[in-house]
Write a protein that binds this ligand. Structure first.
Ligand SMILES: Cc1cc2nc3c(=O)[nH]c(=O)nc-3n(C[C@H](O)[C@H](O)[C@H](O)COP(=O)(O)OP(=O)(O)OC[C@H]3O[C@@H](n4cnc5c(N)ncnc54)[C@H](O)[C@@H]3O)c2cc1C
Length: 485
C-alpha cells in the first residue's frame, strides 16, 4: 500500500501547525519553504549580539500552542519557556498621559482612577464581549442558514457593529476607547471596521513572550514536526504545483526537486499560490481573481535597532498614539496616505529577556501600519530613510532622548520586503484584511472550490487573521484533509 503524502508550501506558523497535525495523524508530510529559516513573518535576525524578531513580540494566548504539543503527544514546557509580559501593553499619548493594560483587576483599578465614570461601562463591555463569545458570535458561520438561526442574537447584541463603535457604546473617555480598541491592528484589522466579534477588551493586557525570542518557539515547532518524522526543505521555493483535472498531483521546487502528493496545504500567500504556482490552471486563475478583489490589510514599516544603555522604564510593548486616531486609521486603511501620526508600536523585548541584547544594551523595534502597495505604490528604497527619521523623531521626543547617538546596529523593513521575502500580494504584512464587517459572517474557505485536494492555511485563510487565525485555520484545514471536516 502506498502511504498518503502531503506537501505544505510555507513554514509560517500556520504551515507548521498544519504539518504537525497531519504528520501526527500518520500522513507523511513535507514542508517546502522558500527561505532559509522557518517562521514566515515571524522571522528573526541576529546582528552584533542583538536578536531581532520581525513578527509578533508576544503571544496573547498560548493555549492553542500547548494543545498542539499535546496533540503530538508531547509537552511544550520543556521546549519553550514563556515569560509574562507585564504590563501587556502601555498606552502612551502625545500629552504625556499613560495607561497600562495589565490583568483585568489592575485595569479596572486603573480605569477607576483615571476615568471613574467609565468603570461601570467597562464592566458592561467585558460582559458584552463575553456574551458575544458565549453565543458563538465570535465564530464564523458555516452557511447562510446558520447565520439566519443566529440572527436574533446578532440583533440583540448589535453584533454587526465595529470594534470601535461597540467600545464607544459603553465607554466615553476617548483615550480609553483607543486603548480598548487598537488590538485588531496587530492582526491587520481596522478597529473602525473590524467586526465586534474581534472584541477582547483589555486582552492585550495579558501576554507572554518566549525566552530567547519568538524564533525559539518557531524552532521548537519545527523540531517537534521533525521528531514526528516530518521533513522540512528550507531554502527551496515551490515553483510549480502540477494538476490533473481538478486534483493537485505534484509539487516542484526551485532546486528541481519534485514530489507527487495526495494533498497540498498552501501556507504561502494564497494569491501567489493560485496565480504563480498554479499558472495555467483556469480554476486557480478564477480563485486568484476572486481573492484579488478582497480588501487587503495594510503593510508595515518597521525599524529594528540595538542601542547602548538599558531602559527599565520602557515596558516590553508600548503603543504611542498620535494626535488623531480615527482619521489616521482612515488615511492608512482607506485613503492610502502615509499618516504622520499613525499609532507607533514600540517593542522592547530585552526588558523582559536581557539575553536578546549584549550586556548593558537593549533591543527595540518600532513599527507602524502603512498603506499596502496597491494604495501607495511608492519606491520604499527611496522613502524608507525618510520614514526612519520620522520614527526616530517621535521616539526621541517622547521616550528615548538622543536615540540616534545610542544606536549600535539595526535595519528597517518595508512593504517591498514583504513582497521580496514572502511573495506577499501588494506587500501586505497580514494578507486579506481580517474581520471586515461585511466578511465576518462566513467561514473562510480552507479548501479550494475547484481543486479538491488544495487547502489554504494561515492568517489569510481565517477571518480573525494574525497568529490566532493562522492556528485556527490549521485546525480547520487539518480536519478537512483528514476527512473530519
Ligand atoms: C511587525 C509585525 C508584528 C506582528 N504582530 C502580531 C501580533 O502581535 N499578533 C498577531 O497575532 N499577529 C501579529 N503579526 C502577524 C503575524 O506575524 C502573521 O499573521 C503570521 O505570522 C502569519 O503566519 P502564516 O502562517 O499565515 O504565514 P506566513 O508567516 O506569511 O508564512 C508563509 C510562508 O510561506 C513561504 N513561502 C512563500 N512563497 C513560497 C513558495 N513559493 N515556496 C515555499 N515557501 C513559500 C514564506 O517564505 C513564509 O515562510 C505581526 C506581523 C508583523 C509583520
Amino acid at each position: 500500500m502506498t502511504e498518503t503524502k502531503a506537501v505544505v508550501i510555507g513554514a509560517g506558523i500556520g504551515g507548521l501547525a498544519l504539518a504537525i497535525r497531519l504528520q501526527t495523524a500518520g500522513i507523511a508530510t513535507t514542508i517546502v519553504e522558500a527561505r532559509d529559516q522557518p517562521g514566515g513573518r515571524a522571522a528573526f535576525r541576529r546582528l552584533e549580539g542583538y536578536t531581532f524578531d520581525t513578527g509578533p513580540a508576544a503571544i496573547a494566548d498560548p493555549a492553542p500552542l500547548t494543545a498542539l504539543w499535546a496533540l503530538a503527544g508531547d509537552d511544550m514546557a520543556p521546549a519553550v519557556t514563556l515569560l509574562p509580559v507585564d504590563p501587556g501593553y502601555r498606552c502612551h499619548w502625545p500629552d504625556g498621559a499613560v495607561l497600562d493594560l495589565a490583568d483585568d483587576e489592575a485595569l479596572r483599578a486603573e480605569i477607576g482612577r483615571r476615568a471613574p465614570g467609565d468603570a461601570a461601562g467597562y464592566r458592561k463591555l467585558r460582559d458584552h464581549a463575553a456574551a458575544l463569545r458565549r453565543e458563538g458570535l465570535d465564530q464564523p458561520f458555516a452557511d447562510a442558514a446558520a447565520l439566519l438561526r443566529a440572527a436574533p442574537w446578532v440583533v440583540r447584541h448589535q453584533a454587526w457593529r465595529s470594534v470601535h463603535s461597540t467600545v464607544a457604546r459603553f465607554v466615553g473617555d476617548e483615550k480609553l476607547r483607543q486603548a480598548l480598541s487598537f488590538g485588531t491592528l496587530l492582526a491587520g484589522g481596522n478597529p473602525m471596521t473590524a467586526n465586534a466579534a474581534a472584541l477582547r477588551p483589555g486582552s492585550e493586557g495579558e501576554a507572554w513572550c518566549v525566552a530567547g525570542g519568538t524564533n525559539r518557539l518557531i524552532a521548537a515547532l519545527a523540531a517537534l514536526f521533525e521528531r514526528r518524522g516530518g521533513t522540512i526543505r528550507l531554502g527551496d521555493a515551490a515553483v510549480r504545483i502540477e494538476t490533473l483535472g481538478d486534483r493537485v498531483t505534484a509539487v516542484e521546487t526551485a532546486s528541481g526537486w519534485r514530489t507527487d502528493c495526495a494533498m497540498l496545504g498552501a501556507n504561502c500567500d494564497m494569491i501567489h499560490a493560485c496565480r504563480d504556482l498554479l499558472a495555467g490552471s483556469a480554476a486557480a486563475a478564477r480563485t486568484a481573481a476572486r481573492l484579488e478583489r478582497k480588501r487587503q490589510a495594510p503593510s508595515v514599516f518597521a525599524l529594528h535597532f540595538g542601542i547602548k544603555g538599558t531602559w527599565p522604564g520602557i515596558p516590553h510593548r508600548t503603543i504611542l498614539f498620535g494626535e488623531r486616531y480615527e482619521e489616521a486609521l482612515s488615511d492608512t486603511f482607506g485613503h492610502g496616505l502615509l499618516a504622520a501620526d499613525f499609532p507607533l508600536f514600540l517593542d522592547h523585548p530585552s526588558v523582559t529577556d536581557p539575553s536578546l541584547a549584549p550586556p548593558g544594551c537593549s533591543t527595540f523595534r518600532a513599527f507602524a501600519l502603512v498603506p499596502h502597495l496597491g494604495k501607495f505604490p511608492e519606491d520604499w528604497r527611496r522613502i524608507a530613510p525618510l520614514i526612519e527619521q520620522r520614527v526616530l523623531d517621535v521616539l526621541e521626543r517622547r521616550l528615548i532622548p538622543e536615540v540616534r547617538e545610542r544606536i549600535v546596529t539595526g535595519f528597517s523593513y518595508s512593504p517591498a520586503d514583504f513582497v521580496g521575502d514572502f511573495n506577499a500580494y501588494l506587500g501586505s504584512a497580514f494578507g486579506p484584511e481580517p474581520l471586515p464587517a461585511e466578511g465576518t459572517w462566513f467561514a473562510a474557505r480552507n479548501r479550494d472550490a475547484a481543486i479538491g485536494n488544495l487547502y489554504f492555511v494561515g492568517a489569510g485563510a481565517h477571518p480573525r487573521g494574525g497568529w490566532a487565525g493562522a492556528l485556527e485555520s490549521a485546525h480547520s484545514a487539518a480536519d478537512l484533509m483528514l476527512g473530519r471536516g
